[in-house]
Design a protein around this ligand. Structure first.
Ligand code: AP5
Length: 214
């Protein structure tokens, strides 16, 4: 199964991708995670993208497409993958069309108010990357990851100015992809504004149908 998770920042793409990746044994390929890893490791790519990400702008298309092309060339993607946060510009989508065929694009629908509420309460594990929310998915012990016990942190781009900018960038550059994929007959909408279980309940039948070819 080759899937794209498309949607505004904070729509819940990463949260759902983590569970689906385990259930269907396909890797979650998150460009955001790959860039954050590069920043953390101080690589040349990391130095190039750090300030872009902090401002909530998009990394240039050439760098992003190259990163994804390399990642999708690895053997673990042979039986499928979830592209989480890629593509998010028309040039990225056109490039991807040129080297991969996708089975479905899941469009996570949520309004701006919901995005702000989710991102301003998000906490992430420093060690394993597990995603929490102070109200919706609080950890059992405050500030500590349930899975590995490491400290939780707030992403640099989850400050309110950056959230607003990410929303603007999403509307200008990423929203046009909805029409692109709808036109190809690949788009599946889900209402992502309710709880995680509700989003999962909408997603499961879509994935099951893809898996069984019905
Ligand atoms: P990226 O990491 O992709 O960020 P994003 O798209 O802004 O998405 P988020 O990770 O913020 O949100 P999400 O939808 O995964 O939500 P989550 O599950 O965490 O990109 C970061 C940056 O990298 C970009 O700004 C850009 O600079 C660069 N970049 C990345 N890809 C790029 C590309 N293709 N081209 C160019 N640049 C690129 O959930 C959010 C919160 O809500 C959590 O606290 C969670 O617990 C909670 N939550 C989730 N679902 C629910 C639910 N159903 N109910 C209640 N709470 C929920």
């Amino acid at each position: 199964m080759r899937l794209i998770f498309l949607g505004a920042p904070g729509a819940g793409k990463g949260t759902l991708a983590a569970g689906i990746s385990i259930k269907y044994a396909i890797p979650q390929v998150s460009t955001g995670d790959l860039f954050r890893e590069a920043v953390k490791n101080g690589t040349e790519l990391g130095r190039k993208v750090k300030s872009i990400m902090e401002r909530g702008e998009l990394v240039p298309d050439e760098l992003t497409v190259e990163l994804v092309r390399e990642r999708l060339g690895r053997p673990d993607t042979r039986s499928g993958y979830i592209l989480d946060g890629f593509p998010r510009t028309m040039p990225q989508a056109m490039s991807l069309d040129g080297f991969q065929s996708i089975d479905a694009v899941i469009n996570f629908q949520i309004n701006d108010e919901g995005v702000v509420r989710r991102l301003s309460g998000r906490r992430i594990c420093k060690s394993c990357g597990a995603i929490y929310h102070v109200e919706n998915r609080p950890p059992k012990r405050e500030g500590k990851c349930d899975s590995c016990g490491a400290a939780l942190y707030i992403r640099d781009d989850d400050r309110i100015e950056s959230i607003r900018n990410r929303l603007r960038v999403y509307k200008e550059q990423t929203e046009p992809l909805i029409a692109h994929y709808r036109g190809k007959g690949l788009l599946k909408d889900i209402d992502a504004s309710r709880n995680v279980e509700d989003s999962l309940a909408q997603l499961q039948p879509i994935l099951q149908a893809l898996k069984t070819g019905r």
